[in-house]
Design a protein around this ligand. Structure first.
Ligand code: KKD
Ligand code: ZN
Length: 315
């Protein structure tokens, strides 16, 4: 069998957007994107159109996650097809506007790749977020980035969960990639987090430039953490939180949580144990933005995805 048999030929990626300020209090992406809007030399690549863009300028101005509703949940088919009437929530208007600029979502006119820059208050380190296990272009790209970032770890979170997947800002692109770097408090810029995000993006753009130049990427595997379940805080009958993330779990993102391990510490000093049968890998532990979403952390399971070799399709 010829070695060419398993090469997937994919379309060139010509138009790329970099979103910062999808959440107006996540300062690394906001600062990087504003910097690149001023001077784009650092993100320019041969044959690529790259658009740095502030997704939610009103939220950025107020340094708040959103004005009316979470922009990173707003790119639903219902919202995107809603008529342009007065009085729509600001983020729904903005989603429709961005869908016209970078989409339409799901169409051949959509941008090829969108990098959406986020920060977390959790101790997740550098994380790439994927929405599909079958997007070969993205799998090859995250493989390239992980290798380039070594010896630093870059984790991959895969959210394909039928109920827990949400309609992200980046989802208007053919290849949506989230960057999630932490820990960084909301409204705060930390130089280490800023520099990690900047370096990941550099490698990502290098990958796209190489791909477009005709380089072939051999088959690879990618270790991912697949979203499994959302875990809420313990609550009383009125719905008020009655416990904190246990000190043994706090900051232990991506580390195994086994049956019988401490999970929460109630205000009156009781330890609540994890009772699931299988080992899971928690992430987004004690993320500030998720209190309103009734989520203390998310469980994931480890999985190894395989990707075909890829190269640019000949026209
Ligand atoms: C802390 C935070 O904002 N995380 C992002 C994750 C993502 O982009 O998928 C969000 O919930 O929208
Ligand atoms: Zn965010």
């Amino acid at each position: 069998m010829s070695s060419r048999t398993n090469i997937s030929c994919l379309q060139e990626a010509k138009r790329v957007a970099i979103f910062g300020g999808t959440h107006g209090n996540e300062m690394s992406g906001i600062t990087l994107v504003n910097m690149w809007i001023q001077n784009s030399a650092e993100i320019e690549r041969n044959g690529l159109v790259i658009k740095p863009f502030i997704s939610n300028p009103r939220a950025v101005e107020k340094c708040t996650r959103y004005i009316d509703t979470d922009l990173n949940r707003a790119f639903t088919p219902e919202n995107l097809s809603a008529p342009d009437v007065e009085g729509l929530p600001y983020e729904v208007q903005r989603a429709k506007e961005m869908n016209r600029m970078f989409g339409p979502k799901g169409s051949s006119d959509a941008y090829d790749a969108i990098f959406d820059l986020h920060n977390t208050t959790s101790n997740m380190g550098s994380t790439l977020i994927l929405e599909s296990s079958t997007d070969l272009f993205n799998l090859q790209m995250v493989h390239y980035i992980k290798k380039a970032m070594a010896p630093h770890t870059c984790s991959v979170l895969l959210n394909e969960h039928p109920q827990l997947k949400y309609s992200t800002t980046r989802s208007v692109a053919k290849h949506p990639i989230g960057l999630e770097v932490g820990p960084q408090p909301q409204g705060v810029l930390r130089s280490n987090v800023f520099e990690f995000m900047r370096t990941i993006l550099k490698h990502a753009l290098d990958f796209i430039e190489l791909f477009n130049s005709g380089v072939e990427f051999p088959p690879c595997t990618v270790d991912v953490f697949r979203v499994q379940e959302r875990m809420d805080y313990p609550r009383d009958t009125n719905g008020n939180i009655t416990a904190m993330v246990h000190p043994h779990l706090q900051d232990c993102d991506w580390e195994p949580l086994n049956r019988g391990d401490p999970m929460f510490l109630t205000f009156d000093g009781r330890t609540v144990l994890y009772e699931g049968a299988n080992t899971v890998y928690p992430t987004f532990i004690n993320e500030a933005a998720y209190y309103e979403k009734q989520q203390a952390f998310m469980t994931t399971c480890r999985e190894i995805l395989a990707a075909n070799a890829i190269r640019k399709a000949c026209k």
